[in-house]
Design a binder for this molecule. Structure first.
Ligand SMILES: Cc1cc2nc3c(=O)[nH]c(=O)nc-3n(C[C@H](O)[C@H](O)[C@H](O)COP(=O)(O)O)c2cc1C
Length: 239
């Protein structure tokens, strides 16, 4: 089993600790970890090269292609971020921007439709829900149906060792339960694509069909056509 972890911070703090506890259940898995901003240090500059001319023409292609290759090969994707002003870290947002071309209206990777993903986030008081939503929004538009969230509010301190023992136990048990659940899945079988994902895909397909009818055959449209998605082929039937 292969796991890709994208850490939204390089800090070895509470988010790191929770992720570590989660991964303890996957001792035999091949785990590849990326730490942000180190492994994707540059902002998307809005050149739109990825959309219009291909992802290989992005100035940050070396970083993005390494992460993407790992994501495509993995059975489970783990994304982590503490809540910064109610949202993901700037580093995580930078990564998500870079994967804009993989959103369903553009060129979603067929492999993503069968993946499973876990989001781990925490905050001091408020913001974990909106932080998780930032990541979930992208993952779901990449085509992933099976996404679960671990979130919590620390309420007392932002340093793991300074949290009350009772709180640490509670968080450890909670993330262990999620890890046990994900460790039980049969990763030889792709996750089921939910109806909501299928509806989103059909909406994008409708747009791409219209675009083609109007004779605007860009990179995205060619991709949809070449995958057979404008005909009867669907990504979830292939994974
Ligand atoms: C720049 C910054 C912004 C933060 N914003 C929030 C926030 O909006 N709400 C909140 O409850 N905690 C906030 N926190 C606390 C973090 O969510 C988190 O609990 C803390 O940084 C510990 O996590 P870590 O050790 O994984 O970095 C913020 C922390 C930082 C450094």
């Amino acid at each position: 089993m292969k796991i890709t972890v994208i850490n939204g911070t390089e800090k070895r703090g509470v988010t790191y600790k929770l992720k570590k506890i989660f991964l303890e259940r996957f001792q035999s898995a091949e785990i590849t970890e990326f730490y942000l901003p180190k492994d994707c240090p540059a902002f998307c500059c809005g050149c739109t090269n990825c959309f219009m001319r291909g992802e290989d023409t992005c100035k940050d292609h070396v970083y993005i292609s390494a992460i993407e290759k790992s994501l495509i090969l993995s059975d489970l994707i783990v994304m982590t971020s503490p809540s910064y002003v109610m949202h993901v870290t700037g580093a995580m947002k930078t990564l998500l921007d870079h994967f804009g071309y993989r959103w369903m209206p553009h060129r979603p990777a067929a492999e993503m439709f069968g993946k499973r993903a876990v989001i781990i986030t925490q905050c001091l008081g408020a913001g974990a829900t909106s932080t998780a939503k930032d990541i979930k929004h992208s993952l779901s538009w990449w085509g992933i149906s099976k996404i679960e969230v671990f979130k919590c509010s620390l309420m007392s301190d932002i340093v793991w060792s300074s949290l009350p023992e009772k709180k640490r136990k509670h968080l450890t048990n909670k993330i262990n339960r999620l890890a046990c659940k994900f460790a039980r899945f049969n990763y030889a079988k792709p996750a089921r694509t939910k109806i909501r994902t299928k509806i989103k895909f059909e909406l994008c397909r409708f747009i791409q069909k219209r675009v083609r009818k109007n004779g605007i055959i860009g990179l995205d449209n060619k991709y949809w056509h070449d995958n057979g998605w404008l005909d009867n082929s669907r990504p979830w039937n292939k994974t």
